[in-house]
Design a binder for this molecule. Structure first.
Ligand code: G3P
Ligand code: MG
Length: 240
């Protein structure tokens, strides 16, 4: 079972900023989950909320800020430090040469859409040669449909936080390679039925040891956690 850092390693540093990814690397993660959106001038940036209010000293919708305006905000306020919002290209540069899994959560909804974001994300992942190690996931399953239609070589994951019946049939029907359920909706049957169809199961957000044990027993492929240090040894120790 692989351990992915959630929003970098959001328990230790400002979420979705380069310091959070550096922390995850220290902890020896197998990969990262992070969220992408588009600035007003069309840059792919890494940020969870559609508004900047919670994680920065700014106010408003991320899509209304240019990259330059976003870079002027402090995304480290919750940790009492300075941290910039990263572009996706900056993160991919930081991770170059490292054999990590990337779970790119594309933020999208009928209320806040980012036209062209799938094309831009796939183009960047291909440019940095990490597309074969990446999954494009979204709660907006239209994103999965777009990836499947336009980029059959790319992997896609269906995020969900409720209890659909036989989600493996849904994934199989639309051609998605991965299910990304909240851990509350995972049991051994889900994993067995998914794996029988070649569908991966990647689970969020697993921060407690008892949940981690339950996911391991169910046989999931990846867990996504804010606290990879609870489940992974530091890289230096891993490699000793
Ligand atoms: O991709 C897994 C997880 O990040 C989904 O929820 O709200 O933390 O992006 P959220
Ligand atoms: Mg996410």
């Amino acid at each position: 079972m692989k351990v992915l850092g959630h929003r970098g390693a959001a328990g230790s540093a400002p979420e979705n900023t380069l310091p959070a990814f550096e922390k995850g690397l220290e902890y020896g993660v197998d990969g990262f989950e992070f969220d992408v959106q588009l600035s007003r001038d069309g840059e792919v940036v890494i940020c969870h909320d559609e508004r900047v209010d919670r994680t920065s000293d700014g106010v408003g919708w991320l899509k209304d800020f240019t990259l330059k305006e976003l870079k002027a905000l402090n995304f480290g306020v919750r940790f009492g430090r300075r941290a910039e919002i990263p572009r996706l290209s900056e993160l991919l540069g930081l991770l170059e040469g490292k054999d990590l899994l990337l779970n790119v959560e594309v933020k999208s909804s009928p209320l806040v859409e980012y036209p062209g974001i799938v094309d831009k994300v796939v183009e960047l992942l291909a440019k940095y040669r990490v597309l074969p190690r990446s999954v494009l996931s979204s709660f907006d399953h239209r994103v999965a449909a777009e990836v499947i239609r336009k980029y059959p070589q790319a992997a896609t994951g269906l995020l969900y936080a409720s209890g659909p019946l036989r989600p493996w049939l849904y994934a199989e029907k639309i051609g998605a390679g991965h299910l990304h359920p909240h851990f509350a909706f995972v049991d051994p049957e889900l994993v067995q039925e998914s794996h029988a169809r070649g569908i991966g199961v990647n689970v969020w957000t697993v921060d407690e040891p008892w949940v981690m044990e339950k996911m391991a027993a169910a046989g999931v492929d990846c867990v996504i956690t804010n606290y990879p240090e609870r489940f992974k040894l530091p890289a230096a120790v891993n490699h000793a």
